[in-house]
Ligand binder design. Structure first.
Ligand SMILES: Nc1ncnc2c1ncn2[C@@H]1O[C@H](COP(=O)(O)OP(=O)(O)O)[C@@H](O)[C@H]1O
Ligand SMILES: [Mg+2]
Length: 281
């Protein structure tokens, strides 16, 4: 009996040691993993910009990080449109106005990538980190508004992160520019073209139209009144995809009319907009 009590005593004393050794060895491994995945500061980026953007970096332990590291390792993927294509990105064509290349990759299911190539002429609009940060902050404000006003049965906005590109390999000799970041966004599984426009025509009405107006007007989402920037998704919600312009007024609602039914066009001007104008006076 005494032997048994002695044994129990030893076991009880040792147990915390064993647990702590196990956790510390686990901690050691995860620390090692985190070190492998952690971003290396890019010497071509000013330290104050790096610090400003850091909170918006894709978390090093995010499952997509490892996949991106693999895609961008070894070759300068964003050197040219051809290089982007060779790296596996689908149909990488710059958007008409913003010139952003918005694309997906078979190894990044569920995510979209927005980027510029090193061969796009430098332009104040194409300073990648500024454009990407504007998009992230716009999406954050939109998600917060949707949550606060309990509108998530109708609307959503993707989470977006900055992925800092490896400094090496750098741009090809003679490149017009050096892009240091790309943007990753959740893929909202949207309807394209007429499948989306049809839904706008049929479903954007009454309270939903009013809610859309309130979001855009409050947050100055001046491009989200265009059907392709706030498309219907397979889950029936509309996604605020294009959040680069936010807190930016006035908003020209005439641009939204072509997607609304004639009833809703009248409702918009006679009720929704008229009410706001009355309040303003
Ligand atoms: N998160 C996303 N999920 C699904 N499709 C997207 C997403 N972001 C962009 N797209 C597609 O790419 C197009 C262009 O993206 P957008 O953010 O509007 O760029 P731009 O500012 O150049 O107009 C969108 O109209 C949409 O078709
Ligand atoms: Mg757009």
């Amino acid at each position: 009996m005494r032997k048994l009590i002695h044994l129990l005593f030893i076991l009880l004393c040792l147990a915390p040691e064993v647990v702590s050794a196990k956790t510390s060895s686990r901690k050691g491994t995860s620390r090692k993993n985190a070190a492998v995945l952690e971003y290396t500061q890019n010497p071509h980026v000013a330290p104050e910009i790096w610090e400003e953007l850091k909170p918006y970096f894709l978390p090093p332990n995010h499952p997509v990080k490892r996949r991106l590291d693999k895609i961008f390792k070894g070759t300068r993927v964003i050197a040219t449109l051809e290089a982007i294509k060779e790296a596996g990105f689908l149909n990488p064509v710059p958007q008409r106005w913003s010139k952003t290349i918005v694309t997906g990759h078979p190894h990044l299911p569920g995510y979209m990538v927005k980027m510029f190539s090193d061969e796009q002429a430098p332009d104040s609009h194409l300073v990648d980190h500024k454009a990407f940060l504007r998009r992230i902050l716009g999406a954050m404000a939109t998600r917060a508004y949707i949550k606060e006003h309990k509108l998530d049965h109708w609307f959503k906005a993707p989470k977006k992160w900055i992925y800092p590109l490896p400094a090496d390999p750098g741009p090809l000799p003679g490149a017009l520019d050096r892009q240091n970041f790309i943007l990753i966004a959740e893929d909202m599984d949207i309807y394209h073209g007429s499948s989306n426009y049809k839904r706008w025509h049929r479903e954007v009405k009454d309270d939903r139209l009013r809610a859309l107006y309130n979001i855009c007007q409050t947050l100055g989402l001046k491009e989200s009144i265009l059907a392709f920037n706030c498309p219907f998704c397979k889950d029936g919600k509309q996604a605020f995809l294009d959040t680069e312009y936010h807190h930016d007024w006035p908003i020209y609602y005439q641009r939204m009319m072509r997607w609304l039914s004639s009833d809703m066009q009248s409702y918009f001007w006679d009720a929704i907009n008229a009410e706001t104008c009355k309040k303003a006076n």
